[in-house]
Design a protein around this ligand. Structure first.
Ligand SMILES: [Zn+2]
Ligand SMILES: [Zn+2]
Length: 198
């Protein structure tokens, strides 16, 4: 489907203000209230899957535009920081400038990224201190899961189990970043297997 007129106008306005070429915008609908988006700078592409909430559609497009306007910061090991302080400085400014109140921006943005609250506090967004405090007290009120040790701490030795790498001692699967880290490590990496106590 084609992008709604307001979205095309907003995209053009933001990119013109910033003096950058606009990305190509792909617009699709999804079920549910919330929208999702992704921006691929390399391909000059922005894709939004629009939920039913119009304000959330707007925030989603502006969130992706903030990605378009800000270069991701780099961490020590070369990973990009997509939702860091610099990103949120751009994002909250866009939200405010293009029709979202700080309260709506905080509510909708923190529904997708909790860490946005911390950045919003640092950026002085109105209501952020209260929103962060409210969020923290909700977390405190939640019943804690209790954990107990199933297999005590040990060095990881890997072996294959079908298509998986598993720890010889506790049989836990080791995947992704952890697997790469363990393979690279010069000294044995240790871990402990925990389980939720019922
Ligand atoms: Zn994002
Ligand atoms: Zn193990």
């Amino acid at each position: 489907m084609s992008s709604p007129a307001w979205a095309v106008e907003l995209l053009d306005a933001v990119c013109t203000d910033a003096g950058v070429a606009p990305p190509r915008l792909l617009w699709r609908n999804r079920r549910g209230e919330h929208s999702t988006g992704v921006t691929r700078r390399g391909d000059g592409l922005m894709a939004v899957r629009a939920g039913s909430d119009l304000l959330d559609q707007r925030l989603t497009l502006l969130h992706e535009l903030a990605h378009w306007l800000s270069t991701p910061a780099r961490r020590r090991r070369g990973q990009s920081v997509h939702h860091g302080r610099q990103f949120y400085a751009v994002a909250f400014a866009l939200y405010r400038r293009h029709g979202l109140t700080d309260a709506d921006a905080l509510r909708l943005e923190s529904a997708r990224y909790r860490s946005s609250l911390r950045h919003a506090v640092a950026l002085g967004v109105t209501g952020a201190v209260e929103a962060l405090a409210a969020h923290r007290s909700t977390i405190r009120a939640r019943p804690r899961r209790r954990w107990r040790v199933l297999v005590p701490e040990h060095s990881i030795r890997l072996e294959r189990d079908g298509r998986w790498a598993v720890c010889v001692t506790c049989r836990q699967r080791v995947v992704g970043i952890n697997l790469a880290r363990i393979r690279r490590a010069h000294r044995p990496v240790r871990h402990v297997l925990m389980t939720a106590a019922s």
